[in-house]
Design a protein around this ligand. Structure first.
Ligand code: DC
Length: 229
């Protein structure tokens, strides 16, 4: 559906891990009364279930079957709650083990096809902020506003380390940095929907910016677009 034929507002936020996408996306959504969808969490749920069921992440057929059979849900009354077949897995999907496996799982065409289908259905329900890697380039190519958030690798690893520690998981900066570089590489070099800015995206480097500054910038872009719509 094109920008003019639909009457809801779609904001796509893409970028590498740790650029601040989910924090910023949640805050923008809250401030503007829009609905937020964390697509990375969806890939993480599949990765979690693959590990839980002791399926080899390299077994593309078995992983794709899991993606087709898993029910992923979000409890929007509590922004951080993610459910896998009814089980709350909000913390379990953030472990270093899931983070390491998720790039393998997210590279499979069948997994992406399944999750993109649900993401597009969700996006049609109302004013939406969606964050991920391929939202502006593939999931919602006709989004009203496309933001590409980025930051230096070191800054992103520092932020991700804080997030992981906050969930009570013990890890080190070096481990997070190494995982992040590996993930950047596989997310950017994979065949299906690799991470790259959409041609019509606005690139924001958040290395030197506070979360509040980034949110303010995006909110004002959305308000301008909404007024013009
Ligand atoms: O944003 P995140 O770190 O939670 O994302 C987890 C993984 O899922 C990441 O390695 C890239 C992948 N991903 C993707 O391929 N496409 C998306 N739209 C969102 C995430």
């Amino acid at each position: 559906m094109t920008k003019t034929s639909r009457n809801n507002l779609q904001l796509a936020i893409d970028g590498p891990a740790g650029a601040g996408k989910s924090t910023v996306a949640q805050m923008v959504a809250h401030e503007l009364g829009m609905f937020y969808l964390d697509t990375g969490a969806m890939y993480r749920v599949i990765s979690y279930k693959v590990l839980k069921n002791r399926v080899l992440p390299e077994d593309e057929l078995a992983v794709t079957k899991i993606a087709q059979e898993t029910e992923i849900a979000f409890d929007h009354s509590n922004r951080d709650i993610v459910l896998c077949d009814g089980e709350i897995v909000s913390n379990q999907i953030r472990t270093p083990e899931v983070s390491r496996t998720v790039s393998i799982v997210a590279a499979y065409a069948g997994v992406r096809e399944q999750l993109v289908k649900s993401q597009r259905l969700e996006a049609a329900k109302g004013n939406v902020v969606m964050d991920g890697r391929d939202i502006g380039t593939f999931v919602l190519p006709d989004a009203d506003i496309k933001i590409f958030l980025t930051a230096s690798t070191e800054e992103r690893a520092t932020r991700r380390l804080q997030e992981i520690k906050a969930t009570g998981i013990d890890t080190t900066y070096q481990e997070v940095l190494k995982d992040m570089k590996n993930r950047d590489r596989s997310d950017s070099e994979r065949e299906h929907s690799p991470l790259r800015p959409a041609e019509d995206s606005i690139i924001i480097d958040t290395t030197q910016l506070s979360i509040e500054e980034v949110v303010k910038k995006i909110v004002s872009l959305v308000l301008n677009t909404r007024n013009a719509k």
